[in-house]
Design a protein around this ligand. Structure first.
Ligand code: MN
Length: 232
């Protein structure tokens, strides 16, 4: 048995609806610009780009249903409401059919983004980590097993801030479907249980302020509630 100079960080995990056992998280992959209207609002052509990815550390997970602090180092913290896919089986160089079978469950999530830092990174050709990979940046609800939800191929995905709707799309509007995303990502990684994929956001992203109350809904899955706290 190994000993450690410092105690290891706690295992990152997500609650599962109706179960006491939790889903242990290994990696968090995120897809950029997977809804055409959002790709356009970010200034790109949705028709010509294959999917691209960035990651967040598992330590960036934050459970929905409570509050997160307003992130440090930004004046433009944005929400991005997304369907999150949780894998439950090994998948490597998979077909879309094999990829679909590896989906264990779904959650609703917020890809919180320090937009000012992301935009500066883009402008300078630098990595997005400061804009995307920080504490409380991967907000997530409890997971719903696919055995209960069924395949989520269509259904409204919305986000309201303080009761005002800001984002509305449909899961069927994804440029790359969930099986296609998993199959594509599996060309580059040995994916498996513990891997989460944030599947991209519809149009209407925007800033939050301390005190804001967010309510996201994914039809056929459930609600995500989050409060934005004061800066740390
Ligand atoms: Mn996103």
């Amino acid at each position: 048995m190994s000993s450690y100079i410092f105690p290891p960080a706690p295992q990152a995990s997500v609650a599962v609806r109706g179960q006491s056992a939790r889903y242990a998280v290994s990696r968090i992959f995120c897809v950029g610009r997977n809804y055409a209207a959002h790709a356009r609002e970010m200034g790109s052509d949705p028709d010509r780009e294959p999917p691209f990815y960035f990651t967040k550390p598992a330590s960036s997970l934050a459970p929905a249903g409570s509050a997160i602090p307003y992130a440090p180092g930004t004046g433009n913290l944005h929400y991005e409401m997304e369907l999150v896919v949780a894998l439950g089986a090994p998948v490597f160089r998979a077909s879309a059919e094999q990829a679909a079978a590896a989906v264990w469950g779904y959650a609703a999530g917020l890809d919180m983004t320090r937009r000012d830092l992301q935009n500066a990174a883009k402008a300078n050709g630098r990595p997005w980590d400061l804009g995307k990979a920080f504490e409380h940046a991967a907000v997530i609800t409890e997971l719903v097993p696919r055995s209960e939800s069924g395949e989520l191929r269509a259904g409204a995905i919305t986000l309201a801030v303080n009761g005002v709707e800001k984002q509305r799309g449909d899961l069927s509007d994804m440029i790359w479907s969930v099986p296609e995303l998993v199959a594509n990502l599996s060309q580059y990684y040995h994916l498996g249980p513990g891997d989460l994929i944030y599947t991209g956001t519809p149009e209407g992203v925007g800033p939050v302020q301390p005190g804001d109350q967010l309510l996201g809904v994914i039809e056929g899955l459930g609600e995500l509630r989050l409060a934005i706290g004061q800066p740390e």
